[in-house]
Write a new protein. Structure first.
Length: 219
């Protein structure tokens, strides 16, 4: 375990293949979920990865956690608290540095795996701080430009890779929102793969195996 408490609650699966510094994958769950959700994937992912599943910092009633508030009762329809999302973006970057130091991980080989709201934050972290992130697996989410740093277009994205996927009948996040990602990433010169699957707001088995294969070539 880490010698000192880190700033965010998390679960770990150490790498079973010993290296001097292991590559690391950080998991970011969706709205209302917790760190145990995506962690169920951990046993199926490459053994050389050190896996850290993070609990989002905001508590929801009666249970669950969120990276930022979503107000479902707003007169204009639901809206997201972008200022909270930006705070979470910064908390994640801080936690990545803490965890890589505490667990002796390879800071040059950091992967983010997000689902839904966790994907929105994964986009925000990687596009704001591409020097910190190598790979992103973006499941069932979209890019919210309002929570990127202002100077993001001036960043060097040459080392960044994205795998993006979405359900064709997603009733939570419209697929049209996700379909904007490829053009956005292409405009920044970012290597990416985008896939759609005939499911709703979830991860189909073929989706899992597809991103797993993609990841195995990137770490």
């Amino acid at each position: 375990m880490a010698p000192t408490p880190l700033s965010l609650e998390h679960l770990i699966r150490p790498a079973s293949v010993q290296k001097n510094k292991a590559p690391v994958l950080f998991m970011l769950h969706g709205y209302g979920s917790n760190e145990e959700d995506l962690f169920s994937f951990a046993s199926e992912l490459p053994e050389e990865l050190f896996i850290i599943s993070i609990r989002a910092p905001y508590n929801l009633e009666p249970y669950g956690h969120a990276w930022y508030a979503i107000n479902f009762d707003a007169e204009q329809g639901k809206w997201s608290d972008d200022s909270q999302a930006i705070e979470s973006r910064e908390k994640i970057i801080q936690f990545i540095d803490e965890a890589c130091n505490a667990y002796n991980l390879d800071t040059e080989n950091v992967t983010l795996l997000g689902f839904s709201q966790g994907t929105i934050l994964s986009y925000a972290v990687a596009l704001s701080y591409p020097e910190k992130i190598k790979n992103v697996i973006a499941l069932s989410g979209y890019i919210n430009e309002k929570i990127l740093i202002e100077s993001f277009k001036n960043k060097d994205y040459s080392k960044l890779n994205f795998y993006c996927s979405h359900g064709q009948v997603d009733a939570v996040i419209p697929i049209e929102w996700a379909q904007r990602a490829p053009e956005f990433l292409k405009a920044l010169g970012i290597s990416h793969k985008f896939e759609e699957f005939p499911v709703g707001h979830g991860v189909a088995p073929q989706n899992f195996y597809s991103f797993k294969d993609w990841l195995s070539t990137k770490i």
